[in-house]
Ligand binder design. Structure first.
Ligand SMILES: *Cc1c(COP(=O)(O)O)cnc(C)c1O
Length: 331
């Protein structure tokens, strides 16, 4: 299967490294675990959105836009990486963030401010509901804004993960792997990996760990991902077609919802920190790794398996979740 390549700007230090987590392997006594370090893409502390922004902001430049609008939660990693990318391109950046201005900006929000973007507080609307209002204001003042959707999850953003999987295939022989595990939240990463796997002829299970109870717009999240994988395939003439059966989204670990940190996350974060010297984040990768550890303990994955865990970034929000770790004692 072939696809038409799309052009991008360079924002990240790619390829990101791959490493074996041998200490974690021996503690868990299950499969061999490898990690893809997209926390090291390098764009203001890195993360998976760097990849999406390479394609999205290329499109903004091609269209001659002079400003960027995007949206997310107050601790959005996507918004922080967008802020850094726009600083690099010297474009005006507007972030539409859920919640209200806190007294002290910490974690990603502190970085958003340092990176020089304008913040529009949107209360309950953390998924970009208020983007059109901000776009109208900018247009009225003579600007030509480009809208990057919530999480960067449209066809261009998803395509970045077709590209990412091709990068991974040059680093590892994925035929030796039984599972690729990652955090799935706005769907672009999963849709792109689905298409990339089909294009590379992958046989492993592509296992998305659901992070958010919510839905994207009116469409159920599972359907949104499958439709995005199909429309991304159409965009690059890949001739692939997906249905619900091609999607694995494990929603057992959403707990009390998006951004609510519990023992699953703090335990996984501590384990990786103490035994591998690798930091995960409380919202996404801590939950996804917590899910993987739980599946290994339950025997759903065993010594005959080999797992690639995709570290999608997010570490700056650790500082905004300091409260969640005060009870985690040092040995
Ligand atoms: C956005 C994000 C994800 C999820 O990627 P989606 O494409 O939105 O599903 C995972 N991990 C981190 C750290 C993120 O910021």
């Amino acid at each position: 299967m072939h696809s038409k390549p799309l052009s991008k700007i360079d924002l990240g230090f790619l390829p990101t490294p791959v490493a074996r987590l041998s200490n974690l392997d021996s503690i868990l006594g299950g499969p061999e675990i490898y990690i893809k370090r997209d926390d090291l893409t390098g764009l203001a502390f890195g993360g998976n959105k760097t990849r999406k922004l390479e394609f999205l902001l290329q499109d903004a430049l091609t269209r001659g836009c002079d400003s960027i609008i995007t949206a997310g939660a107050a601790q959005s990693n996507h918004c922080r990486q967008t802020a850094a990318a726009t600083a690099r391109l010297q474009m005006e950046c507007h972030l539409v963030l859920g919640g209200e201005a806190p007294q002290l900006a910490n974690g990603n929000l502190l970085l958003d401010k340092l990176l020089g973007c304008r913040i529009h507080w949107a209360g309950d609307h953390r998924k970009g509901e208020d983007i059109p209002r901000v776009a109208e204001q900018l247009q009225a003042s003579g600007k030509n804004p480009y809208i990057v959707p919530y999480g960067g999850s449209n066809e261009l953003g998803a395509y970045a993960f077709v590209h990412a999987l091709e990068e991974l295939e040059r680093q590892l022989d994925m035929r030796q792997f039984t599972h690729l595990v990652f955090a799935s939240s706005s769907g672009g990463t999963q849709a792109g990996l689905m298409l990339g796997k089909a294009l590379c002829g992958g046989q492993y299970r592509l296992l998305g760990i659901g992070i958010d109870k919510g839905e994207t717009g009116d469409v159920p999240f599972e359907r949104f991902i499958v439709e995005l994988a199909n429309s991304t395939s159409d965009l690059v003439d890949a001739n692939a077609s997906f249905s619900q059966q091609d999607l694995i989204l494990d929603t057992r670990y959403v707990g009390d919802g998006y951004g609510v940190v519990g023992e699953l996350e703090t335990e996984a974060i501590s384990l990786l920190a103490r035994h591998e010297g690798i930091l995960l984040d409380p919202v996404y990768t801590g939950r996804a790794m917590g899910g993987l550890i739980d599946m290994i303990r339950r025997g759903e994955l065993g010594a005959a398996d080999r797992v690639l865990f995709w570290h999608t970034g997010g570490t700056p929000s650790l500082f905004a979740y300091a409260d969640s770790f005060q009870t985690c004692a040092s040995p």
